[in-house]
Design a protein around this ligand. Sequence first.
Ligand code: FAD
Length: 479
Amino acid sequence: MMTSMDRGALVSRLEQVVDASYVLHRPEDVVVYEQDAFLVAHAQPDVVVLPGSAREVSEVVRLAREAGVPIVARGAGTGLNGGSVPVAGGLMLVLTRMNRVLTIDPRSRFAVVEPGVVNVDLTAAAAQHGLFYAPDPGSQGVSTIGGNVGNNAGGPHCLAYGVTGNHILEMEVVMSSGETVTLGSPAVDAPGYDLVGLLVGSEGTLGVITRITVRLLRRAEAVRTLLAVFETIDDASETVSEIIATGIVPTAMEMIDGVVIRAVEAAIHAGYPEDAGAVLLIEVEGHADALPRLMERIEGVAGRHRPSLLRTAESAQERALLWKGRKEGAGALGRLAPAYYLHDGVVPRTMLPEVMRKVQAIARAHGLVIGNLFHAGDGNLHPTILFDPREPGMMDRVVRAGEEILRACVEAGGSITGEHGVGIEKREYMRWLFTDVDLDAMRRVKNAFDPAGLLNPGKLLPDGTQSAYSIQPQAGVWS
Ligand SMILES: Cc1cc2nc3c(=O)[nH]c(=O)nc-3n(C[C@H](O)[C@H](O)[C@H](O)COP(=O)(O)OP(=O)(O)OC[C@H]3O[C@@H](n4cnc5c(N)ncnc54)[C@H](O)[C@@H]3O)c2cc1C
């Protein structure tokens, strides 16, 4: 419930805590924050605050709580599930000014960062010590560590190293009361409840993370990257499935299909053959002596699935270019259609060939073009529907096709998200996976952390009230 305090009064109080230039409330300023990368839903916050310290976050949360308004944390806004769209208006806390790498401890191999540090900047800072931060989402050039934790982000190299949650040791969190707590420990196996595990992937619904201690890893001695080219997605999928079945764990195994290849080549010239049905980027790391044998085994498996080319990158530049094509592939899709809807499902790797066939059948049935660039080694699909939203009835077809794809993932023994999280996009689909009793247990956790229900309302848990696709630009709580 809202208090009677009006926006003007709240803004004045906020300006006593945070420099007025970082308190935005004019429509032309807050409109910038109405969307994230889930492009089909938007809603404006009433006030946007960019705090500069954990103390400011704590005081802002206290003021918002007193005013009874929703509090939505936001990093870079690259989330693909609408997680930082303020569906109920209220106050948005943008953490991007808190972007300092506070400590790097090369001996104990951890770093302490503020939540607004951009992922790639942490890796650059760690590289000076021969170390790196493993989770590397495709968005790593812009997305923040706070947002990565919020969504438990994955990335190409999470196949071998694990997702964000496997690399978070400790965090400082501002609770909905405004109090600050420290969870976890830089030492192994912190005693007590695993509240770090609970906060990772909580999508801003349990607290605002203001400091994070992450694990750093030492760079492997050598790396090899193979480009495997196939005429069909089927052959590429079968290769992935068989490599995993033989027990080989590459550090990354990414698939890029023909639709995406042609867009990437036009934009980036990554060196993928334009007539290919699909390519795989397969990377291995380890001791220099061991890699040739490992690559031989991988090439042996790929060779059984009719590759038209197997090419190992011969220089660091060639490797970087192959990866540039993968990491910037989503951006290149802008050449093909005015809009895209990037889905995220996960399936057991053995089911990859079958589910990929279903994805293509769904595209044909709805008369849609679907491109695929994804973390194949994890079974983490990203079917990307290309469309023109101005075409009458198009949005309905896109939404129906997307739902059918996610159903196919669940029926194959997989899940509705591999790494992008639930947000508003998939909260109603949570019912496909969990019973009412399961969901109620989650709601009780939410209530314990956020009894007033002010932290990122309308996300993650189904409430049956609003479809993600019906959320349109709207006035906030005071307008
Ligand atoms: C081109 C492209 C490629 C991508 N590739 C990948 C990929 O490979 N793997 C992957 O997993 N994702 C990927 N994503 C999705 C997205 O980049 C990730 O989910 C990323 O972690 C979001 O970070 P962000 O800083 O943009 O967070 P935001 O989008 O701003 O926020 C994400 C969620 O975290 C919450 N949050 C943010 N900061 C905090 C905080 N300090 N405390 C508490 N909650 C907080 C927000 O409320 C929201 O629910 C991609 C997106 C794009 C556009």
